[in-house]
Design a protein around this ligand. Structure first.
Ligand code: CO8
Length: 258
């Protein structure tokens, strides 16, 4: 169905693999269009978690496609940046959690893609970096926005100003990834986390994601108020009633997302 995306469905977990092996899965307009289409039609009622990864053992995504960007003018550059940023924002605001399984190079737009996901895990051969200033541009798929939020202003500035990539263990140390595993175990680890998420009440997981995302930019009082309102809404769900009843009766309830 897609030329550059491989889609796999394992029960309530979906896996989107970006596949452009000749360019180490670099993101061009065609791939971004396919990602946009996939995310626009993603069924958040059917799936409870999405895993994003790259094809092969060398690269997650080696950035935006430099051969496509090389000849762009100012307005075209802006449009290309906006296209990537919009797709990544769709991923960030998708109503189910998204796990980036980073299987190699996550450079430029690749690092930005991983940062738009809720959770990042990587293989031990992964390399993260924002090399854009070495190409005469800045991170344009929201890297200047998300990197500082994830690893702090000082480290984000060092990574972006120097353009130097970091290895998996350093990415773990600065909090850019949650876990590093041997390459052969990467998808198992991603599936393990996805399965844990999928076993929980989907409406509650969705509510938690929206709260965490929205409250990040709110003043503390507004954020606390927001959480109270969303917390209250959980009590209008069947899953809350059945989940708590099952706990009290020492049983187990399979959440229905109602
Ligand atoms: N774009 C296009 N082609 C690429 C890219 C890329 N980002 N990365 C790799 N390729 C291609 C290479 O050109 C090469 O093609 P060919 O075989 O035809 O020569 C093929 O992939 C294999 O790559 P290498 O031979 O270079 O493999 P190495 O193992 O020697 O090196 C590296 C791997 C280190 C990953 C190296 O390929 C590299 O440095 N790639 C570029 C990384 C980079 O700078 N990424 C950032 C790009 S800029 C960006 O992402 C900006 C995002 C915001 C955009 C906003 C738009 C306005």
């Amino acid at each position: 169905m897609y030329e550059h995306l491989k889609i796999e469905e394992r029960g309530t977990i979906a896996i989107m693999t970006i596949s452009a092996p000749k360019s180490l899965n670099a993101l061009n307009s065609a791939i971004l269009k396919e990602m946009d289409d996939y995310l626009t039609h993603f069924d958040c009622n059917r799936f409870r978690c999405l895993i994003v990864t790259g094809d092969g053992e060398k690269s997650f995504v080696a950035g935006a496609d430099i051969s496509e960007m090389a000849s762009l003018g100012m307005l075209e550059g802006q449009a290309f940046g906006a296209r990537g940023a919009n797709v990544f924002r769709k991923l960030e605001t998708l109503h189910v959690p998204v796990i980036a399984a980073v299987n190699g190079f996550a450079l430029g737009g690749g690092c930005e893609l991983a940062m738009a996901c809720d959770i990042r895990i990587c293989s031990d051969n992964a390399r993260f970096g924002q090399p854009e200033v070495g190409l005469g541009i800045i991170p344009g798929f929201s890297g200047t926005v998300r990197l500082a939020r994830l690893v702090g202003m000082g480290m984000a500035k060092q990574l972006i100003y120097t353009g130097k990539p970091i290895k998996a263990d350093e990415a773990l140390r600065i909090g850019l990834v949650n876990a590093v595993v041997p390459q052969a175990e990467l998808m198992d680890k991603a599936m393990e986390i996805a399965t844990q998420i999928a076993a929980n009440a989907p409406l509650a997981v969705k509510a938690a994601k929206l709260c965490i995302n929205d409250e990040y930019d709110m003043a503390a009082d507004d954020a606390i108020q927001n959480e109270s309102v969303i917390f209250g809404r959980c009590f209008a769900t069947d899953d809350q009633k059945q989940g708590m009843k099952a706990f009290l009766e020492k049983g187990k309830y399979e959440f229905q997302g109602k």
